[in-house]
Design a protein around this ligand. Sequence first.
Ligand SMILES: Cc1cc2nc3c(=O)[nH]c(=O)nc-3n(C[C@H](O)[C@H](O)[C@H](O)COP(=O)(O)O)c2cc1C
Ligand code: SF4
Length: 405
Amino acid sequence: METTVISKATKRTGPVLFADYKRGDGIKKALQMRRDNVLLEVRESKLKGRGGAGFPTATKWMLTAAATCPEKFLVCNADEGEPGTFKDRVLLLEYPELVFDGMVIGGYTIGAKQGIVYLRGEYEYMLKSLEDYLEQMRKDNLLGKNILGVEGFDYDITIRLGAGAYVCGEETALIESLEGHRGESRNRPPYPVNTGYNGRPTSVNNVETLASIPHIMMRGGEWFATMGTDKSTGSKLFSISGDCSKPGVYELRWGATIRDILKLVDAQDTKAVQVGGASGFCIPESQFDRQLSYEDTSTGGSIMIFNKKRNMLSVLKNFMEFFVEESCGQCTPCRIGNVKLLEGVEMIEKNEFTFEYIKNLKELGKSMQIASKCGLGQSSPNSFISILENFNDEIFNTNRNGGSK
Ligand SMILES: Cc1cc2nc3c(=O)[nH]c(=O)nc-3n(C[C@H](O)[C@H](O)[C@H](O)COP(=O)(O)O)c2cc1C
Ligand code: SF4
């Protein structure tokens, strides 16, 4: 298993994102190609969006490119609000050349003149260095008018600070926020590729997705597609935290197992691994041979490790408090549902529950997954359902009296 961990002391080369790359090279290569050939290369790589949903990047770009409107936008989603995720921060701080070159190549491909980075509000501390970086790109004609001598390719990037809400990472809420409105998700369709920022066709891409593009340009889509699994090509950054000796951001080919990860970060006595952040799934020891891939345990990259000393009900309570706080309140299943799920956790904590009530709450969670308006409410019951199901014995027998029947 070839991996790379980001830690200034022990940084090694990695298969894709942590491999060598010279600023501007991917742009030069792309600008020598026709736009549709760049698109073909990305399609051949089978790159899927790294923001969590795993939508094929080439399809998103193709739809935006095909939209008939002279003004288009490319937005880099750097909101990074999922609990336990910090890989985009590392890319922005240590590999800005990949992110920004990816944005230029994306802008060229879809026919945009403007790229916008939506930067998590808490990352304001890196704003100045990123702005300086963009200024240097302008001086080197990697941004601006007729980029690298390509007549008519004018493109620039601006950075906008996020509004400090988790839901603003959801692409339509992000666009609302960019437009100066309250960050609330929109009904879809229409999709941003047709009606996005300021009503214009917009491709919203995750930081890591964009950072993969320059390497795909340099080494080809076919090379990228040889790594990983059939449906999960290339490599992935994982933000690994919790009970282990070597937390950090690691680059692994898709297809590694949870057990591989635990070995890599020297985790001992592990009881549970939360894959995909608070909105993801909690995996018990009996399933540690499961693969990290879109086919199995799909994730935007957050891996939280819990050892045997942890109380899984407390872990769940923490997640549910987060969702109650972050629900934007627009739709009833999420606004009321998360409060009800949290109340259920508190009832278990106080040993004041009935099993019938908990069963009903799981059903409520399943309804929220279907009926909520956006991904927040659709995914917030995942940890409630998976923790209660996978840690049933601990939660209902070991730590408690079993509740009233
Ligand atoms: C509540 C919520 C928060 C999200 N936060 C982020 C985020 O911080 N960064 C991100 O790239 N995608 C986030 N997403 C996913 C985006 O809506 C969108 O799918 C993604 O930015 C598309 O980029 P990709 O195709 O490159 O993955 C979030 C989705 C939801 C429902
Ligand atoms: S699911 Fe939650 S966050 Fe999304 S629109 Fe409904 S209330 Fe708002």
